[in-house]
Design a protein around this ligand. Structure first.
Ligand code: ADP
Ligand code: MG
Length: 201
């Protein structure tokens, strides 16, 4: 159980798509539950790939999660029950605004274990939203790699396959692919810049 006298921790799980971030987050949350800790998990509501009320990995592991439309929503859902929570998980954390950093620090000061998973880079290969700053202040950073779909080497990048102008925010196989440095080809066209201007939650 979290003791408000003892600082909590921030654990960041990062890497490209298909690197197992959600899988690792789900694994840690399940272990915390086995240890009889009280767990809450959140995800941005733009990530409704598999379910409204859970997070899911590409390997079909799931964990209950509350979808939120913004950081304010997350705060509003979490704070009334904060006394009953030991561990707070957030998936797809790259979609939140920079204000997630002070929120994370506040939760740590209150003795919470905070586990945040998200992409470190965009499909243009650039640092993604608040993730670099969260990595900087984290107690631990787990940087996972996927498998490059061209050569099988360790992949640190997310390659967008579609050149369509459609604003694809969240997708999986067929739209994005894991690639190593040698096989990653970022492109910047109108649809890319459109996505990069996506407002943070
Ligand atoms: P993330 O949350 O980082 O996108 P997930 O946890 O959802 O990743 O999925 C990881 C799983 O995706 C792996 O365990 C594996 O079953 C599957 N997978 C599909 N493509 C790849 C790939 N190119 N490299 C590694 N794992 C892959
Ligand atoms: Mg994921």
């Amino acid at each position: 159980m979290a003791d408000s006298q003892t600082p909590g921790v921030l654990e960041v799980i990062t890497g490209p798509m298909f690197s197992g971030k959600s899988e690792e987050l789900i694994r840690r949350l399940k272990r915390a539950r086995i240890a009889r800790q009280r767990v809450l998990c959140f995800k941005p509501d733009i990530d409704l790939r598999y379910s409204q009320t859970s997070i899911a990995s590409h390997s079909s592991q799931t964990h209950e999660a509350t979808p939120v439309a913004s950081l304010e929503d997350l705060r509003a859902a979490l704070y009334p029950q904060l006394d009953q929570v030991d561990v707070i998980g957030v998936d797809e954390v790259q979609f939140f605004s920079a204000a997630i950093l002070p929120l994370a620090l506040q939760l740590i000061a209150l003795g919470k274990r905070v586990i945040m998973a998200g992409l470190d880079t965009t499909f243009a290969g650039e640092p993604f939203g608040p993730v670099p700053n969260l990595m900087a202040v984290a107690d631990t950073v787990t940087k996972l790699s996927a498998v490059c779909m061209v050569c099988g080497a360790a992949a640190i990048h997310t390659q967008r396959l579609s050149h369509s102008r459609e604003l694809v925010v969240v997708g999986a196989a067929g739209i994005y692919e894991a690639r190593c440095r040698a096989h990653f080809h970022p492109f910047v066209d109108e649809s890319t810049s459109e996505q990069l201007k996506l407002p943070a939650l």
